[in-house]
Design a protein around this ligand. Sequence first.
Ligand SMILES: Nc1ncnc2c1ncn2[C@@H]1O[C@H](COP(=O)(O)OP(=O)(O)O)[C@@H](O)[C@H]1O
Ligand SMILES: [Mg+2]
Length: 274
Amino acid sequence: MNVLRFEHVFAFYEEGKDVLRDVSFHVDEGEFIAIIGHNGSGKSTLAKLSAGLLSPSNGKIFIYDELLTPKNVQLLRKHIGIVFQNPDNQFIGSSVEDDIAFGLENQNIPREEMVKRVKEFATLTGMDDFLDKEPEHLSGGQKQRVAIAGVLAMNPDILILDEATAMLDPKGRKEMMDIVLHMHELNPKLTIILITHEIEETLKADRIIALNDGKVFLEGKPKEIYAKEDTLRAIELDVPFFYKMKNALTSIGVDVSDIEDLKTLEEYLCQLNA
Ligand SMILES: Nc1ncnc2c1ncn2[C@@H]1O[C@H](COP(=O)(O)OP(=O)(O)O)[C@@H](O)[C@H]1O
Ligand SMILES: [Mg+2]
């Protein structure tokens, strides 16, 4: 089943200036999809459309095979948990606890269960010492942790992270990614759409969609996408270290096509050297 499908979607903010142009793709249940693309390529617009926060000017969007319309948008949106790059846009409560609980309050979850879940996800994201603090006094990275905790606590079917860890340091980013991947292991039906500038975070994705100028430029498995290093560079995108190595070796005639991870590649090279 497709949990999300775009069919020939166009979108604009100002009439006559399309920022998405004829975008079609699908996401299956339980897939981990990474979306990459330079600034302004349309990634956040795609995220907003997926969550029903913006309507396409043309084309169709389906969520769990149901056409998204103004009538069912409220209902279908319940499947989706989304975290944006700028956490200031998503705070409403007077404490971190209120913020994490916000989405749960709309889900008619008993108070006791709610308190338990808030604590659980605050702990998971390293924010349990801040539950009674005012969100506005937190750092950008801490706000992002709170936003991620709030969305995960709601147990969404589709998790969209739109550069949701951009304000964290590399260690914090890795922690958040590990949490998301762990949630995915616990619930293989959870679909993850990761929009990121951090190219290394896309290595474990099932598929990657590269946007350029509002269009789907490339789509495929990481090993297919990152083999096209020159094509990606032409649209200002970088390639993960592992694939840079692989591509460089391939270009000098070393066959490393079967090697799937950096450790195996290192071992192979050491053994070549011996
Ligand atoms: N609220 C808005 N009003 C007008 N133009 C916008 C708005 N948001 C984004 N855009 C424009 O739409 C294009 C795509 O933006 P966006 O989807 O945010 O790209 P990305 O997330 O890949 O950086 C850009 O040219 C951007 O300037
Ligand atoms: Mg964006």
